[in-house]
Design a protein. Structure first.
Length: 407
């Protein structure tokens, strides 16, 4: 053998090979340890709360998904969440508040999303961000991104042919056969189809073609409500009115900070079995005959109501909205919608009411009111006013981000 003939050469080869292996190990082992400590991640488990109906949760293509009607403490990566015509759900990431930020995703009815990635760094020494990526396969979501603490967060929503990166803020994203839309209510969204990236900011909308090739930024639809985010005093845009018996504790309304948002706080503490009412009224006097779409949006949180449901007449809810308008024939008409969490006794009406979860922000969005009200040939012609109010006995409730959007 050659090494018997040239032992000195064989020794050098062995020595150099050993040294090379040593160098590789000296570099790769610490590098591997470094990468594991600073770049490895572990799964995070978002929580799911069903607002109404039954929501299906399971792996893609599962023939037996789990039906959820209440809460699900942990949803894993790779699972699909699906709503039908009567159900809605809120997905929250991370599941346990730790001061490092939060993402909430409201999945409206007839929607379907897939959790692509929900992770956080394995070790606190890592500077990597938390990652939350969902794929909206169909339907519409309302997403709120709240950052906090020292840990950054990467939030992305994948829709067919397009990826949407979200900064801190509030967004509405929809996907369907006719394309997709990203509406920036507050914040910055970057929409990319792989070849082009467009950036939309507050009050802008990105219209996306069905094949994802066309990305166009358009102004968001017109919001008719002034100071609906309550960033200014109530005297800007709103008029306060109170109804209560003489000598009894009056209801109150004030602007409060709740996390990173501002909200109006309706409060009444006094004797029960006494009707009170506190209203915020905004005069609009706006012609809407040229519009084909009108939707009311508002975030509602109920904390306490002593009168169950909406009272025995179904008109006293802890939060209620009233829109007064004239139809095309000049007749005065009204549209109402209330919110409650305490079930009323049997026989009490809740025709104009909607049951929601207490102590949770509920992002309400109406259907197209012009279409609904036009079904009886009473199409709105002039919007006269919008009123947000609390009614009943004792109550604690909050309202934020009130919008009446027309397009």
């Amino acid at each position: 053998m050659w090494h018997h003939k040239n032992p000195e050469r064989a020794a050098w080869i062995v020595l150099l090979t050993s040294f090379a292996i040593f160098c590789v190990l000296a570099v790769s082992v610490p590098w591997g340890i470094y990468n594991f400590i600073y770049h490895s991640s572990k799964p995070e488990y978002p929580s799911l709360k069903v607002i109404k109906g039954t929501v299906l949760v399971g792996p893609p293509g599962s023939s037996s998904p789990v039906g959820v009607t209440g809460s699900l403490g942990s949803v894993r990566e790779g699972q699909v969440i699906k709503t039908d015509e009567t159900s809605e759900a809120v997905l929250t990431f991370p599941a346990k508040p730790d001061g490092s930020g939060k993402v909430t995703v409201l999945l409206y009815n007839k929607g379907k999303l897939y959790i692509s990635r929900a992770r956080r760094p394995r070790f606190d020494a890592s500077k990597d961000p938390m990652q939350f990526v969902i794929k909206l396969q169909e339907g519409k979501i309302r997403t709120t991104v709240e950052r906090g603490g020292t840990r950054d967060m990467t939030v992305k929503v994948e829709i067919p042919h397009v990826t949407v990166s979200l900064d801190e803020g509030s967004y509405s994203i929809s996907s369907g056969k006719n394309g997709a839309s990203v509406l920036v209510r507050l914040g910055v969204a970057r929409v990319s189809n792989g070849e082009r990236t467009v950036t939309a900011v507050t009050d802008e909308r990105v219209a996306i073609s069905p094949d994802g090739a066309s990305l166009s930024i358009k102004p968001a639809a017109q919001n008719l409500v002034q100071n609906g985010d309550f960033s200014k005093p109530l005297s800007v845009g709103w008029e306060v009115k109170k109804v209560f018996p003489k000598g009894e504790a009056p209801p109150e309304v004030s602007i409060v900070d709740v996390g990173r948002r501002r909200a109006v706080y309706f409060l009444r503490r006094g004797k029960d079995n006494i009707h009170t009412e506190i209203s915020l009224i905004q005069v609009l006097n706006t012609d809407v005959q040229d519009y084909e779409d009108m939707r009311l949006r508002m975030d509602v949180m109920l904390k306490q109501q002593s009168l169950a449901g909406g009272g025995y007449q179904g008109t006293e809810y802890p939060v209620m909205v009233e829109i007064l308008y004239k139809d095309v024939y000049g007749h005065d008409r009204a549209w109402y919608h209330g919110f409650y969490y305490r079930d009323p006794p049997k026989g009490w009406p809740t025709t104009n009411g909607e049951k929601i979860l207490p102590f949770v922000w509920y992002p309400y969005e109406s259907e197209n009111l012009i279409e609904i009200l036009s079904q009886a040939n009473i199409r709105p012609a002039v919007l006269q006013s919008v009123r947000i109010y609390a009614s009943g006995w004792n109550y604690q409730s909050l309202v934020s981000e009130v919008e009446l959007v027309v397009r």
